[in-house]
Design a binder for this molecule. Sequence first.
Ligand code: CTP
Length: 446
Amino acid sequence: MTKVITYGTFDLFHEGHYRLLQRAKALGDYLIVGVTTEKYDMERGKLNVIDPLMTRIENVRKSGFADEIIIEEASGQKVSDVQKYHIDIFTVGSDWVGQFDYMQNYCKVVYIERTKNISSTMLREQNKQIQKIGIIGTGRIANRFVPEVKLVSGISVQGVYNPHTESAKKFSQNWEIDFYEEIEDFFKDVDVVYVASPHETHYDYVKAALKHGKHVLCEKPMVLKKAQSEELFAYAKECGLILFEGIKTAYCPGFEKLLGIACTGTIGRIKYIDACFTKLESPNNRELTDKRYGGSFTELGSYCLLPIIKLFGIDYQDIRFESIHDDNELDIFTKVSLTYQEGIAVATCGLGVKAEGRLLIAGTKGYIVVEAPWWKTTCFEVHYEDPTQVDKYSERFLGTGLRYEIKDFLNMINGNDKSDFKLTRGETVAIAEIVEKFLAYEGRAV
Ligand code: CTP
C-alpha cells in the first residue's frame, strides 16, 4: 500500500484545494491530510485565516479524498509524521517547489502543479472589502505601524494626516502613501483611522473620526480622562462603530498565554503583581519636554497597568502615586501602588531612571516571572518553593507586534468580536481614570 501525506491550512476551501487533494490521493492508496491549527498559523505569521480549525477539517473530510486527517501544530512535525505513519510520498502544491526537498531523506517528494487563479488569499480579499486605513500622526509609532499593516490581509494604508504638512509629506514619501493637507479630504478617502498623534490630541481626533463614520484604532493612552473615554465609547456604540485602544501587549499571543497560566491556579491565588517598564529617553524628546502631557506615566503607564487590571480587575480599593521629577517638573520615574481586596500591585515606569523592567506575578504556591521586554511577551518562567522546579514557556512575538492588534481590530470591524475580551471597554475606561488621577496628583489636571 502506498501512503501519501499532504498539509495545508485549507481556509475557505476552494477548487485549488479540491484538485490538490484529488491528485494527492491518486499518487497512492491511502491519503493522510494534515490541517494546521490556528495557533500554528499564528506562530508562523499567517494572521488572516478565517475558517476555524473544525470547519477546515470538515471541508477536507467532505472532499472525500482523505483517508485520515491529522492536525499540524508545530514546525518540524512533518519529519516525525512521515516516519510515524510510514509515509511513501510527501506532496504539496508547486508554490512550495524546493522548500521540502529535505523530506527526500525520509520519503519521495512530489510537487503537484498548483491550480491557477485561485487561492484562499484571493477569496479573503474578495469576501471582505479592503479597509483603507488613514494614519493621524507621523511619529515613531506611526512609522512602526505601516510595515505591520502590510502583514495583515484585508487592510492597506491609504494616507497620512498631520497638521504639520511638512511632516506628513515626508512620511508619505517615505512610505509611498498619500498625504492630506485638509483633514476633511483625509476622512473622505479612508475607511478606518489610526490615531497616533500626541496623547492630548487623541480625544478630538477620535471624536472627529467617529463623526465621519470611521472605525478607530487609537494609540494608548486613548484619552486622559475617564469621562472622555466613556463618552467616546458611548458615541462609537451609537454610531455602530468600533473604537479600539491599541495597547499591543494585550493582543500578543505570549501575553495571552501568560494570563491563561496565571489564572489556572498553578501559582495558587495571585496576591502580588509588580510590573516595571523603563526606557531611557533623550531629554530633548517630546516625552521629556512636554510639561503638561509628557513624563513616564503618561508614556508607559498603560503597559504596566495592563497585567494588573487583567488579573486583579478594575475594582481596586486604593491607589497611590509617588514620582521622581526632573528640572522640568516632569516625572522621570513613577510608582503606582494599588490595593485590592485579594492582593496588592505595584506599577513602576521610568524615562529617566533605569530599572530591570520585569513583570512578577506572585501567588500562594509560586510565582511567574517575565524579564524585559515583558510587554513583548515571549518567554516566561513559573517558579515554586522548590527552587529546582521551574516550568518554562515561550511563544513567538513577530516584528514590532502591532500586527496582532491590527488583526484583532480588523476582525472586530468584520463582525468577529472574539478578541473583545483581550482589552475590554471597562478596562480602557479604568486606565483612563488612573491617568486622570495621576495628572491630578501631579497638579497637571487636564
Ligand atoms: N493549492 C493548490 N492550488 C491552489 C491553492 C492551493 O494546489 N490554487 C495547494 C497548496 O499548494 C497546498 C494546499 O493546496 O499544497 C493547501 O494550501 P493552502 O495554503 O491551504 O491554500 P492557499 O489557497 O494557497 O492559501 P493562502 O492563499 O492562504 O496561502
